[in-house]
Design a protein around this ligand. Structure first.
Ligand SMILES: *[C@@H]1O[C@H](CO)[C@@H](O)[C@H](O)[C@H]1NC(C)=O
Length: 320
């Protein structure tokens, strides 16, 4: 078994192996990632490097079409053409010419597989998920050079590299990017772009606390209702249990909606509010008017606060 076949983290760290660790394809215009290799390495240095990758992705259009950046023990290599960027992270001792071939191969395959229209119409990150496979396979091939059949081109590539050397990005080029990278790191972790909500305000916090209180009250009464079901075996009591618990769920769900961004957030909060109203209507006999008024008012107040706390701008991820 050749040494370089071992992709585990220990190997990367322990031996001075040369390997490709990560690859991705992105749209140069806005830095939207289209496809990426899966990687399992949790190495800290690599995570740092990927922050640079994300930050650089967004500025790709401002750099020459072939550029590179050295970060710690890893290299980041980019090429871009026809509005698409191809990027890889490899160990610092990975052969230059192979890195170049690797990117070239990605580029050729991507161009023949997808047309411009498809690229331009992509809205969500990583929507070319079928290409991940190719990235992964190519990465593996380039990590076991014995199985590599591109040797014939190496001479050509070497010449090409000599004639038109890669532009080395310097820390100055990164300047503004650097701070930026830490702020936007982890934005692309999920499949969907995560959006940040506006900062919380005092009324919002109050509404959330009141909601939790209402949820707690519902829960308490629900538990009591369970006890009386056990004692009386009464069907109506059982319905009360459900109504109380639904009320609890709706209150807590509203808190969640207030705290985090999700799609259809406003509609969901209305539904939760409707559920609060319904459960209180059903529980009419068990509560006095003031209690019901309190629950419904808190529900309405929280719904309003959810509505008022909007995402910060639209998709802050890729407005370059
Ligand atoms: C890849 O990145 C390294 C580090 O910046 C650089 O020295 C090398 O020339 C790059 N290779 C290619 C093919 O661009």
């Amino acid at each position: 078994m050749p040494l370089f076949r071992c992709p585990s983290r220990e190997c990367v760290l322990n031996s001075k192996m040369s390997m490709v660790l990560f690859a991705s394809v992105l749209r140069v215009g806005d830095g939207l990632p289209l496809s990426a290799s899966t990687d399992y390495e949790q190495d800290k240095g690599l995570q740092e490097t990927k922050k640079h990758v994300k930050a650089l992705s967004k500025k790709l259009g401002q750099f020459p079409d072939r550029c590179a950046l050295k970060t710690g023990q890893y290299n980041i290599n980019f090429t871009s053409s026809l509005g698409l960027g191809y990027l890889m992270v490899c160990t610092e001792n990975y052969p230059n010419v192979l890195a170049f071939c690797f990117l070239d191969e990605l580029q050729r395959e991507f161009i023949i597989t997808y047309d411009n229209k498809r690229v331009n119409s992509a809205v969500r990150p990583y929507s070319f998920i079928e290409f991940d496979n190719f990235l992964q396979k190519t990465k593996q091939r380039y990590n076991s050079p014995r199985s590599l059949s591109t040797k014939i081109n190496l001479a050509n590539m070497q010449t090409e590299l000599k004639l038109r050397p890669t532009y080395q990005l310097s820390p100055e080029d990164l300047g503004s990017i650097n701070n930026f990278s830490y702020r936007t790191a982890s934005k692309y972790k999920g499949i969907a772009p995560s959006q940040q909500l506006e900062p919380v305000c005092l009324p919002g916090v109050v509404s959330c606390v009141l909601s939790i209180l209402c949820g707690g009250l519902n829960l308490l009464r629900g538990v009591h209702a369970i006890e009386s079901v056990m004692q009386n075996d009464d069907h109506e009591d059982f319905n009360y249990v459900i109504a109380f618990f639904l009320g609890t769920a709706a209150c807590l769900y509203q808190c969640y909606l207030f705290a985090y961004f999700s799609v259809w957030r406003n509609s969901k909060s209305f539904l939760a509010f409707a559920l609060i109203c319904l459960s209180n209507m059903y529980l009419y006999e068990l509560r006095n008017v003031w209690q019901i008024l309190f629950h419904v008012t808190v529900g309405a107040f929280t719904t309003l606060q959810i509505r008022l706390r909007q995402p910060q701008g639209k998709a802050p991820d890729y407005n370059v």
